[in-house]
Design a protein around this ligand. Structure first.
Ligand SMILES: *Cc1c(COP(=O)(O)O)cnc(C)c1O
Length: 366
């Protein structure tokens, strides 16, 4: 049985291991070495590491391409932006992850690229913006508005315009969406989130198709990683490899919890809007009482962790506009919930009491 015949839920467990041999280690080793004995495939550890390769085999297979691990999600974003020629145009959603919006705006300001922010749900606007563009950036679902787009349709528009396409697949994970199958050229991940899943490290990854153009893009980004120098620490990658083994069960549980919580939130009097695409484990809510009301909710939970970030086993919440650089497309009273794997009744009880407390404290301006 070849690995590609196995389901993704199996491959997260089986891939990235060394060939079985009597007495050999069951787990991929953590290789801590800055250099290797001469005349092997890798010379110096800025160019490669066996622990990286194990993790790349897993993420590459799950996405249906070749993985490349980087030191953070933003390092993965940077590796993709390095594919854009100097002065080239990037088309990106106005409501993308704030790190992406901020870095594109700063580079446009510095003159190294030009950016056109669009509502990516408006295909006609995307098509118009793609005129002469070098790269289309897709994020679906978006962080934190959870906008979902037809990745294949936007990709076709971009390719017709001669642009490369990158898709940030952090929220969906390759278990729910595989953008390479829709024709996307580069998939981007913040491994920090679901793939590693324990809020204990920062890492990123890009994945490219296993064809001639895909291999060329992979080689360029691998070269960027090596010469840019911001490489992933082997310990972080080893922890991510350990974390990804449970991706399927973590996501299954967190998704099931999210469906239940989203339905209950719909009927809570302090909640004015629930954004949930029906899959995955991020639910964004808008609450009565504006930004202050949202702050009261976010600070009144005991079980839910009040912190930024997402995708870990523990449930976490945050009013997103607390972050400087958060796009104005995000409502000031929006709270992003990253639903974890705890017991759903415990999660609901804590969230409901926080919403009730905030409502009681509010001057009644719902
Ligand atoms: C967190 C995040 C990133 C950035 O990843 P880091 O690992 O924090 O550098 C990129 N895209 C999305 C959608 C994210 O949620």
């Amino acid at each position: 049985m070849s690995q590609t015949d196995l389901s993704p839920a199996t491959r997260v467990v089986t891939l990235g291991r060394l060939p079985a041999e009597p007495g050999g280690s069951v787990n991929a080793p953590l290789v801590l070495s800055s250099t290797y004995h001469a005349d092997g495939p890798v010379n110096y550890a800025r160019g490669g590491n066996p622990t990286w390769t194990s993790f790349e085999d897993v993420v590459g297979s799950l996405e249906g391409g070749h993985g490349l691990v980087l030191s953070s999600g933003m390092a993965a974003v940077d590796a993709v932006l390095a594919l854009v020629p100097v002065g080239g145009t990037v088309v990106a959603p106005a409501g993308a992850y704030n790190g992406v919006v901020v870095t594109l705006a700063e580079r446009a300001e510095a003159g190294t690229l030009s950016v056109r922010f669009v509502d990516q749900q408006d295909a006609a606007a995307v098509e118009e913006a793609l005129e002469g563009a070098a790269l289309l950036w897709i994020e679906s679902p978006t962080n934190p508005l959870l906008d979902v787009v037809d990745v294949g349709a936007l990709t076709a528009l971009a390719h017709r315009a001669g642009a490369l396409v990158a898709c940030d697949n952090t929220f969906a994970t390759p278990l729910l969406q595989r953008p390479l199958e829709d024709g996307v050229d580069v998939v981007v991940h913040s491994v920090t989130k679901y793939l590693s899943g324990h809020s204990d490290l920062l890492l990123g990854a890009v994945v490219t198709r296993d064809d001639e153009p895909g291999r060329a893009l992979h080689a360029r980004m691998a070269r960027h990683r090596q010469m840019h120098g911001a490489i992933a620490g082997p310990l972080e990658v080893w922890l991510a490899l350990r974390g990804v083994r449970t991706l399927s069960v973590r996501l299954e549980r967190a998704w099931a919890n999210s469906v239940i919580l989203a339905a209950r939130l719909e009927t809570h009097p302090s909640v004015t809007r629930v954004r949930y695409p029906g899959f995955g484990a991020i639910v964004s809510i808008e609450v009565a009482g504006g930004a202050e009301g949202a702050e009261r909710v976010a600070t009144a939970t005991r079980l839910w962790v009040h912190a930024t970030s997402l995708g870990g086993v523990e449930s976490m919440l945050e009013r997103r506009r607390r972050q400087s650089g958060e796009p104005e497309t995000t409502p000031t009273n929006l709270i992003r919930l990253s639903v974890g794997i705890e017991d759903v009744e415990d999660l609901w009880a804590d969230l409901a009491q926080a919403l009730d407390t905030a409502a009681d404290a509010s001057p009644g301006d719902a």
